[in-house]
Design a protein. Structure first.
Lengths: 329, 518
């Protein structure tokens, strides 16, 4: 397994560098970013001086190679707009997004499993129909629309939940300030509820359908029939035989989905003024703050690659039949 | 399992009481909350460039002189100014007893240091002060004469230098020499009435009062990019002022009973530019607009008041030229919407309708998402021009990466939609966009000698009274044969809570000093 992990980590370096190259070229495709860093009335001389100051006067390949060289030394460069180390700014925004993503994912999972099971064991009934319909609806509603509707209803009219903002929990926790972290926790959760629902609804809907179909498939298997014929109680059959085996596709999706959500919560973060990594990168892309975008992209790509690795390892643990290439199951 | 009702009630009550503590922010009477639409990126005085960023900075840093809402220069850190006879040396005398936020005395040496530090190429600052103010005034150097007097040296006499110097944020030498540039960007040690208490990047900035002026002990600036969320926070009573209200939400705010929208006629000049460069003259329609009569005809073709009413929800202040009222030429009136006159003038200019009903084709370019309802405004203009026989090829572009490079290269057009910032403190400031034919902001390449030949005379006259007749003559030329189709001064929309008393300014400055509780 050790060999497998090392090989995967080496592969991930190539993936991350590939991602940085693609994002670098994509940002450059929009034209010279210098214009975003000069005033409306800047003269051609000032524009040229700024271009040189920002390093955009060098050929593209030199800019990229210089970036990769710095990267190899652990230097992610300085944000052009914040004028601070780019990775420092990204890492500052990351805990907020992890809080939101974890909250949404956990909430979605905690609901998706019982709902999926409920729909599966009541296949063809009103329960099944309602849950399936709600799932389709959940997958169809755009998260920004749902966010705005929740702001209007729960934030403005009911005044139950905060309309926007964020109270940090992970950041003080990681800084060792446990007192602040845990005193913040109730407010953190309250600020997470609306954006968490907006982010998690799609996950909930998709995982509910996935659990349902997995359970239905497993319930048809011979070993389930055998378990039933042995006279085991239906609950035991469901939990020990069906659910355990239905986990595999769900684990795959959860792992990947966490990665997608980390980078994909930008709309919800914007609607709720949530200071996470999605909003930071969106602003950085608009501002063509290339070092900041690259730092964020590298971090997200790294997390995504690691999550994939973890999913593969969990797979082996859950299903002894799965063998890792180059390693032992 | 049934949930027992008393327990359920208790749970809901607990939830709601917790929500009251968390969801609806209780503000004390000494705190005011402002919701901004744009992110704050730096507190480095040499790097600040966006208006929202500058609005916060103005509370942390003071200037030598300041501009009032009416455009008057008033003393701030300095109490007097002497300008040398040749107009190239500005000597400011500071008030006594000034200090920076760390307690360091603020002297003339600090002021000189501020100017020279921002101008130092080694610092590679790209903000508004080095990139615009210093280049516009031709800044050369700054030196302390004694503890209280500082001299700012500029390249030549410049009638707008005084106003532009108000945008230089003064800071103390010892504090900034002790900090790296990285540290200075997030730890401002200013000279203003408020100091930075905390900054949560992407979320909020909290300022605490250290001296007068200022009615509130704390100002919280919250970054709320989404317009509908800003509106919801205002109506919910969680913020006191919001910027950039979108016109569609005015009714909701005014109808809430908790806040109202203040509409001010801003200083941004919105116009349709005619690119008169030789290169564009070779494009379809580019030849037609070289004729001043065609340009004048098109002034009558666009129904600006209707655009304002329908798309901006207000009656706009109409423009007759590049200068903001009250400094504009009082003898000029906005062109009326008169398509018959437009058609007649186009016929007289030799551009009659063809068999297909069209006079000529022309490309019109515009950025999207930069100005209030810009896409719809541009679509409407395009339709009005089509109505008088122009076959308009409209190109809407992403603002930052596509339109801005065209703008800087002065290569948009032949027709292009633009809004450029102005001021009310000097008509010359508004006219400097076209100080020279080749200047970077003369996007139109207009070269009429009746305008450009008068510049040396204009800037060398000492008094505003003597300048006035020349300005009026130049504005008349601009009105008759100029390179802009005059539209309107962009209205600015602010949402203001009924809890406070505050007046929005025309110049996009959000100053909280004079805001008070009702």
């Amino acid at each position: 397994m050790g060999v497998y992990i090392v090989r995967r980590l080496l592969q991930s370096v190539i993936v991350v560098i590939g991602v940085t190259l693609v994002s670098f070229l994509a940002l450059q495709a929009g034209g010279d970013p210098t214009y975003l860093f000069v005033s409306e009335r800047a003269s051609l001389e000032e524009i040229e001086a700024t271009r040189q100051a920002l390093g955009f006067d060098r050929p593209l390949h030199m800019q990229y190679l210089s970036f990769v060289g710095d990267l190899a030394r652990g230097d992610f460069g300085q944000s052009l707009s914040y004028r601070q180390p780019a990775m420092e700014i990204v890492l500052e925004a990351l805990p907020a997004t992890i809080e939101l993503t974890l909250f949404a994912m956990l909430g979605a999972l905690l609901l998706a499993i019982p709902l999926g099971v409920l729909a599966a064991i009541n296949r063809g009934t009103a329960w099944d129909g309602s849950i399936t319909t709600m799932s389709m609806l959940g997958q169809s509603i755009p998260s920004f629309w749902m966010g705005i509707m929740m702001i209007l209803f729960f934030g403005l009219y009911m005044r139950i939940f905060p309309i926007s903002g964020h109270v940090p929990f992970l950041a003080p926790l990681m800084a060792g300030d446990f007192g602040t972290a845990f005193s913040n926790l109730p407010r953190t959760i309250f600020h997470l509820i609306l954006p968490g629902i907006a982010v998690g609804t799609y996950s909930l809907a998709r995982n509910t359908r996935l659990v349902r179909s997995s359970i239905l498939e497993v319930l048809e298997q011979d070993y389930v029939r055998t378990a039933r014929s042995k006279g085991l109680p239906e609950m035991r059959v469901l939990v020990h035989h069906a659910l355990r085996n239905a986990w595999l596709p769900v684990v795959t999706i959860i792992g990947l989905e966490f990665g997608f959500l980390l980078g994909g919560v930008v709309v919800v973060e914007t609607v709720f003024s949530y200071p996470g990594i999605g909003r930071l990168l969106f602003a950085a892309i608009n501002q063509r703050d290339i070092p900041l975008v690259q730092a964020g992209v590298i971090l997200l790509a790294g997390i995504f690659v690691l999550l994939n690795l973890v999913v593969d390892l969990v797979y082996v643990r859950l299903d002894p039949r799965v063998k890792l290439a180059g390693g032992q199951g | 399992m049934k949930l027992r009702l008393p327990k359920a009630r208790a749970a809901v009550a607990g939830l709601l009481s917790a929500a009251t503590l968390t969801g609806c922010v209780e503000r004390s009477d000494d705190t005011i909350v402002v919701g901004l639409s744009a992110n704050i990126t730096t507190f480095e005085p040499g790097m600040i460039s966006s208006r929202d960023n500058a609005n916060i900075a103005r509370h942390i840093f003071s200037s030598l002189f300041n501009l009032t809402a009416e455009g008057e220069h008033v003393p701030e850190l300095a109490y007097s100014l002497d300008i040398s006879d040749d107009g190239m040396a500005y000597v400011y005398t500071l008030n006594e007893g000034l200090t920076c936020h760390d307690g360091e005395p603020l002297t003339a040496e600090d002021v000189a240091y501020t100017f020279n530090r921002i101008a130092d190429p080694a610092n590679r600052f790209t903000g508004n002060t080095p990139g615009f103010v210093f280049t516009s005034i031709g800044f050369r150097s700054a030196e302390a004469i004694d503890d209280l007097r500082v001299q700012i040296n500029i390249a030549q006499r410049n009638p707008i230098a005084l106003g532009l110097i108000t945008e230089v944020y003064i800071h103390c030498k010892d504090a900034y020499e002790a900090m790296s540039l990285d540290a200075a960007a997030s730890n401002p040690i200013g000279s203003g009435a408020y100091r930075l208490a905390s900054w949560t990047r992407g979320s909020e900035v909290v300022l605490e009062k250290v001296r007068e002026p200022g009615s509130f002990q704390r100002i919280v600036w919250r970054v709320i990019p989404e317009a509908s969320t800003r509106t919801a926070e205002l109506i919910a009573g969680n913020v006191d002022i919001i910027t950039n209200v979108v016109p569609e939400q005015i009714e909701a705010i005014n109808g809430s009973g908790r806040a109202e929208v203040q509409v001010v006629s801003g200083m941004r000049r919105m116009y349709l530019g005619f690119n008169l460069s030789a290169e564009h003259a070779r494009l379809p329609g580019g030849d037609a607009i070289q004729n001043p009569m065609v340009r004048r005809a098109l002034q009558y073709a666009v129904d600006v008041p209707t655009i304002c009413r329908q798309l901006l929800s207000v009656e706009c202040e109409r423009a007759t030229g590049p200068v903001n009222p009250p400094n504009d030429n009082p003898n000029l009136t906005p062109y009326p919407y008169d398509p018959a006159t437009a058609e007649r003038l186009l016929d007289e200019a030799g551009w009659r309708r063809g068999d297909d009903g069209m006079r000529f084709s022309i490309r019109m370019q515009a950025g999207r998402g930069r100005y209030v309802n810009d896409v719809n405004v541009v679509l409407a203009i395009s339709q009005y021009l089509s109505d008088v026989g122009l076959d308009v090829d409209l190109e809407l572009m992403e603002w930052a990466s596509v339109y801005t490079p065209l703008l800087r290269g002065r290569s948009m057009g032949p027709l292009f939609f633009l809004g450029t910032g102005g001021g009310i403190w000097s008509p010359i400031y508004d006219m400097t966009d076209m100080a020279q034919v080749g200047s970077g902001t003369n996007y139109t390449h207009w070269s009429d000698p009746r305008w450009f030949d008068r510049w040396p005379e204009l800037v060398n006259i000492a008094t505003p009274e003597e300048r006035r007749p020349i300005i009026n003559e130049m504005l008349q030329v601009f009105y008759d044969d100029g390179p802009w189709l005059h539209l309107y001064f962009q209205p600015d929309f602010y949402g203001v809570s009924n809890r406070i008393s505050w007046r929005a300014r025309r110049d996009e400055y959000v100053e909280i000093f004079e805001a008070t509780l009702k």
